[in-house]
Write a protein that binds this ligand. Structure first.
Ligand SMILES: [Zn+2]
Length: 272
């Protein structure tokens, strides 16, 4: 039904209807408890995000379970987008220096922020092109066969994508290949607090089964605490940032509705 509706409603009309709905619902939620740095509005309540599937609870998956105040009702930024905003804004020069950036499967709020910055040579793409949520200009990009040169980008952002990719090691090696030596990437994934070893089974292909075992109809694994080992095997040096131990100026975790358990994984490609 949803797919049929998307086909019936032209992209531009769909976008306008969505914008109208966003503005209408956000009016009823304005307040002072929460703040969204992307649209710079404050709200008494944010929209719910994630789901409460048993598998997500059993494996204590960070970044995937039900979060009550998660999604901004005005611009739809999520807790994970706001976390990256905080990091990019305060701990990097990405918004001030000239850089070449690849943003894979971008979320709307982060894409709007980065694509509009004149210093950033912004490239974006997604494998499963969805005309309703992504502009028609968004190119098709296969993360396991990236159509860019070696050592091409200063920065790559690929947020919550690898858990959808069967051959994630090939994807990681492609990300490593197109990153410049000395460049860095942010490759966030939902990750289990309790699983030591990543759980995957490529014989599970039915969407209902994937939802049951992996926590979402199109996920192909649950990453465990060995996630960073896979990245290190490819050649990345991993830096893990904890928002409690790292100093961020003027930020209240509750006000920004951040997920205090979500670490930021920065993957550095060593200089040659
Ligand atoms: Zn917002």
């Amino acid at each position: 039904m949803k797919t049929a509706l998307k086909k019936l409603i032209p992209f531009t009309i769909g976008q306008k209807l969505r914008g109208l709905w966003q503005r209408t619902q956000s009016i009823f939620l304005y307040g002072s408890k929460f703040y969204c740095p992307f649209c710079k509005n404050s709200f008494r309540k944010l929209l719910q995000g994630g789901s409460d599937l048993p598998v997500l609870k059993e494996n204590q998956i960070i970044g995937a379970g039900l979060r009550k105040n998660c999604v901004c009702p005005r611009c739809y930024s999520t807790d994970r987008d706001r976390l990256l905003y905080l990091y990019l804004n305060q701990k990097t020069n990405i918004l001030k220096e000239k850089i070449r950036l690849l943003h894979i499967a971008p979320s709307g709020s982060l894409k709007a922020l980065l694509a509009s910055n004149k210093n950033i040579d912004y490239h974006t793409g997604i494998k499963h092109h969805d005309g309703f949520y992504y502009s028609k200009e968004t190119q098709i990009l296969d993360i396991t066969n990236i159509h860019y040169n070696n050592d091409d980008f200063d920065v790559i952002i690929c947020n919550h994508v690898l858990e959808h990719v069967i051959d994630d090691r090939k994807a990681m090696s492609e990300l490593f290949r197109v990153l410049k030596p000395g460049g860095w990437a942010i490759l966030q994934v939902p990750i289990s607090k309790t699983l030591k070893k990543t759980f995957e089974d490529n014989s599970i292909v039915d969407p209902k089964e994937r939802e049951k075992y992996f926590g979402q109809f199109d996920h192909v694994r649950i990453y465990g605490q060995d996630y960073t080992d896979r990245l290190a095997e490819i050649g990345f040096n991993i830096e893990i940032i904890d928002i409690f131990s790292e100093k961020f100026d003027g930020i209240e975790i509750e006000k920004w509705a951040l997920n205090p358990e979500e670490m930021i994984y920065i993957e550095h490609k060593p200089n040659k």
